[in-house]
Unconditional design. Structure first.
Length: 168
């Protein structure tokens, strides 16, 4: 039975795009075993951030947009302590969050390039504050999907992905 549960947890971790084996020097969540901090996105069209990890705690923030990237900084049971790019947040029930990776564009008129190379042709541009889907990151570049347009951008121009982070 333990082997079945371990397989299910590994399958869930892989489907969420998370690394099930954290680095030795990185903190891990006591509930999931995933790295802390880590990035996720809001799944629901409306998500409450509460003062504490239960429905009886006061609501401090109401996030009213799907796919906003959030950083998980703590775990407690079915609750995750999250912050947004401005540091606002609180405790959210895990069912309001998704492993789909998104990022916020931090540079106005960010150029999405054909290849991860600053001399590569520009395919599109994204405005400051746009939420983009992160398809993959490697060598300090990320491939984004923004409104059906895809391209590569430097990882330093985004909030929702850490420098040096690699995934596909």
């Amino acid at each position: 039975m333990k082997r079945i549960w371990a397989g299910l947890v590994l399958a869930l971790a892989l489907s969420l795009g998370a690394d099930p084996v954290p680095a030795q020097d990185q903190a891990v969540g006591p509930v999931t075993g995933f790295p802390l901090p880590r990035y996720v996105s809001i799944r629901a069209p409306e998500a409450y951030a509460r003062r504490g990890p239960s429905r009886s705690h006061r609501i401090d923030w109401v996030f009213q947009r799907r796919n906003i990237p959030m950083q998980i900084v703590a775990e407690y049971g079915n609750w995750r302590r999250v912050i947004d790019r401005d540091g606002a947040g609180g405790w959210m029930h895990y069912s309001l969050l998704s492993g789909v990776r998104t990022a916020i564009v931090e540079v106005d008129m960010l150029e999405l390039r054909q290849r991860p190379d600053p001399d590569s042709p520009v395919r599109a541009q994204a405005e400051l504050g746009v939420i983009a889907f992160v398809e993959e990151c490697a060598d300090d570049w990320c491939r984004l999907d923004v409104g059906g347009h895809s391209g590569w951008v430097p990882i330093t121009t985004l909030w929702g992905v850490d420098p040096g982070e690699e995934f596909d």
